[in-house]
Design a protein around this ligand. Structure first.
Ligand SMILES: Cc1ncc(COP(=O)(O)OP(=O)(O)O)c(N)n1
Ligand SMILES: Cc1nc(C(=O)O)sc1CCOP(=O)(O)O
Ligand SMILES: [Mg+2]
Length: 202
């Protein structure tokens, strides 16, 4: 499971181009994982969401990029997702693991309290953040900094960890130096003037 450059996007993040075009360019440039996160006021639902999911899934398959679904467990089988990402307020990790014994499952962990109250051993990787301030998530928590990556890695040395939140081409190396196995980004790619260069710099 290669989570080194883990791109997240839904149609709400693709204001200046089609999500398919953005993903294709990012995949060509070397992202290793992608999460379909259709969320927010104008998010697609129902058939339109499923149809976009299929198109993005196909791009990931062509480039050998891991495909994750955010939150929406109902999409995991129809889209043949490689994995699912859930947070602390989503379907409980135990339930997700029971439903999908063979898929990769990621869990968000943002604090020591969340760490201590989560069945971490059921996850395949942890999303740690927001490392820095972000404007891509409406209900983002207070930034936790790279110290949180260090602390999580100290407690779970063999658990893959991706940093998320406010990560850019300038600060990604600090996240990796703190012990993250990968960086997870939205705007560093969707808002880049040159997506290929942004991915390569990440
Ligand atoms: C890789 C990764 N890490 C963390 C998150 C955040 O998940 P969550 O806390 O459930 O928030 P939403 O993304 O659902 O708004 C993530 N999506 N991916
Ligand atoms: C989806 C998401 N989850 C976060 C968390 O802290 O759990 S921060 C975030 C948004 C990341 O977007 P950007 O790379 O543009 O900051
Ligand atoms: Mg969630």
């Amino acid at each position: 499971m290669n989570l080194r450059i883990y791109f997240i996007m839904g149609s709400q993040n693709a204001s200046h181009d089609k999500p398919e075009a953005i993903l294709e360019e990012a995949a060509q440039a070397g992202i290793t994982a992608f999460q379909f996160r259709e969320k927010g006021e104008n998010a697609l639902t129902g058939e339109a969401k499923l149809a976009l999911g299929h198109r993005l899934r196909d791009i990931c398959r062509r480039y050998n990029v891991l495909f994750f679904i955010n939150d929406d467990l109902d999409l995991a089988e129809p889209l043949q997702a490689d994995g699912i990402h859930v947070g602390q307020d989503d379907t409980q990790l135990e339930t997700v693991r029971q439903m999908f014994p063979d898929k990769y499952i990621g869990l968000s962990v943002s604090s020591e309290r969340e760490m201590n109250s989560s069945p971490i051993q059921l996850a395949d990787y942890l999303g740690a953040g927001p490392v820095y301030a972000t404007s891509s998530k409406e209900d983002a928590k207070q930034a936790v900094g790279t110290d949180w990556i260090r602390s999580l890695k100290h407690h779970y040395p063999s658990m893959p960890i991706v940093g998320i939140g406010g990560i850019t081409t300038d600060n990604a190396s600090s996240v990796i130096s703190a012990g993250a196995d990968g960086v997870s980004v939205i705007s560093a790619i969707t808002k880049a003037s040159d997506i290929g260069t942004a991915v390569r710099n990440l």
